[in-house]
Design a protein around this ligand. Structure first.
Ligand SMILES: O=c1ccn([C@@H]2O[C@H](COP(=O)(O)O)[C@@H](O)[C@H]2O)c(=O)[nH]1
Length: 274
């Protein structure tokens, strides 16, 4: 199924704009998982099973798996999501960016090895570096536009011929790169004014919005700035605030139940503003 079809169905059927981020850090895992060879998979699987009905997407961040030589556990996790929660699309957060021949390999890795439904990509090497992902017409390609970190302004706010660089990226993606209707943009919840500007420039383009929760972005401001006419258009990501909700209050083996409570509260807070 086309990523956008799956995403739209998930928004409607689950009544949710919440994207649950999967950034597994073994140092923060509950004690009963310590030393288990498949701990990263088991932790994420339990979070996924506890939150799937509340989520419009899952977003595993590849660095948290690769850093621990756990790419095999990432493969198993995505397979688990597709098998047990087939209505929830998977966005592989990899932020790839390289020349075309290398990008071809990254695209194979994301879509054929990991079987992700979408990938995040860095647009700053230009169209030929993005083509290999766009060639998978049914897969989502979500390009960095206005990132949530403070240093994002260093380059993304540069004036490029009368507009800011992030505005140029937004227009380029919406007007030229989205021929197959499979593109989205990353815009941080920490910058609602720029979310509104990107929405203004891109019509109904889906926006992946990290930065609520641990980074402190405002949910109401995010939704008001980025929602489309039908109250959708956003995948609002929260990772650490959900994953470690139980660990922070020492809930041990009930970490997944605690994660569910925070995911539900977050989804409801988003829905209250749509
Ligand atoms: O601009 C960006 C792009 C990506 N991210 C990623 O989103 C999550 C955020 O995690 P939290 O724990 O909810 O802060 C993480 O995987 C980042 O790599 C981002 O934060 N900002």
């Amino acid at each position: 199924m086309h990523f956008m079809t799956a995403l739209k169905a998930a928004w409607q059927q689950r009544n949710s704009l919440l994207c649950v981020g999967l950034d597994p850090d073994p140092a923060k895992f509950p004690a009963h998982l310590a030393g288990r060879p498949q701990a990263i998979f088991e932790f994420c699987r339990d979070i996924v099973d506890a939150t799937a009905d509340l989520a419009c997407a899952f977003k595993p961040q590849i660095a948290y798996f690769a850093a621990h030589r756990a790419e095999d556990q990432l493969e198993a996790l995505i397979e688990h999501i597709h098998t047990h929660h087939p209505a929830v699309p998977v966005i592989l957060d990899a932020k790839r960016g390289d020349i075309g021949s290398t990008a071809e390999q990254y695209a194979v890795e994301a879509f054929e090895r990991f079987k992700a439904d979408a990938i995040t990509v860095n647009p700053y090497m230009g169209r030929d570096s993005v083509e290999p992902y766009l060639a998978y017409g049914d897969k989502g390609v979500i390009l960095l536009c206005r990132t949530s970190n403070p240093g994002g302004s260093d380059l993304q706010f540069l004036d490029v011929g009368g507009e800011k660089l992030f505005e140029r990226v937004a227009r380029l993606v919406a007007e030229e790169w989205n021929a197959s209707g499979n593109c989205g943009l990353v815009v941080g919840a920490t910058f609602p004014a720029e979310i509104a500007r990107v929405r203004e420039l891109t019509g109904e383009l889906p926006l992946l919005v990290p930065g609520i929760g641990a980074q402190g972005g405002d949910i109401a401001a995010t939704v008001q700035a980025g929602r489309t006419m039908d109250g959708c258009g956003l995948m609002i990501n929260s990772s650490r605030a959900i994953l470690y909700a139980g660990v922070d209050v020492n809930e041990g083996e009930d970490f997944a139940a605690a994660a569910r409570r925070v995911a539900q509260d977050t989804r409801d807070a988003i829905n209250a503003c749509r």
